[in-house]
Design a binder for this molecule. Structure first.
Ligand SMILES: Cc1cc2nc3c(=O)[nH]c(=O)nc-3n(C[C@H](O)[C@H](O)[C@H](O)COP(=O)(O)O)c2cc1C
Length: 156
């Protein structure tokens, strides 16, 4: 099974977890990169309002993969505008599997997972698993057990 992890990260926590997951799964990892000037304040407001933000093309197309993992932080109890843009651009996805990896300070993961599931299931994709890591766990490098369980669900 070919697995692609698409990751948006502003401060690096989500990327740290996504990189560790890619290593466990032997998966490819791509960054969702904002285009143009960005700030967490305007990004946070856009997230709150459910708006999208411009991104660069992020490389591998999902047509080359069987399973897509979306790795994203929670912003304003919602999805960062760049993750939302990536999800809205997804094509070649019907019938493919997906999983969701959420990184956050402390609250909002359940809502964000539900929003992402709705967007991807609307594209005909099949949900497999989700996991949540906390900023403090990543700072303390204490997320391996969670990540191993998540990786096992993805591979089962
Ligand atoms: C604009 C903005 C809004 C945020 N909103 C939330 C939130 O609603 N809930 C939460 O738990 N954390 C929130 N956070 C914290 C991030 O989810 C947390 O710092 C995460 O570790 C950031 O991941 P990153 O280092 O990959 O950017 C917010 C951070 C930013 C910059």
């Amino acid at each position: 099974m070919k697995i692609l992890i698409a990751c948006y990260s502003w401060k690096g926590h989500t990327r740290t977890v996504a990189q560790a997951l890619a290593k466990k799964l032997g998966a490819s990892l791509v960054d969702i990169e904002p285009q143009g000037s960005t700030s967490p304040v305007s990004g946070g407001i856009k997230a709150l309002l459910g708006l999208k933000g411009n991104i660069r093309s992020v490389g591998p197309d999902t047509k080359d993969f069987d399973h897509l993992v979306i790795a994203t932080p929670v912003w304003s109890h919602n999805i960062p505008p760049y993750t939302r843009q990536y999800l809205s651009e997804l094509s070649n996805s019907p019938g493919k599997k997906f999983s969701v990896l959420i990184e956050m300070g402390g609250s909002g993961a359940e809502r964000v997972t539900a929003i992402i599931r709705k967007m991807m299931e609307a594209k005909g994709m099949e949900f497999v698993a989700s996991a949540v890591t906390l900023e403090k766990e990543v700072d303390a490098n204490q997320f391996d057990t969670k990540l191993t369980e998540f990786a096992e669900k993805i591979q089962s």
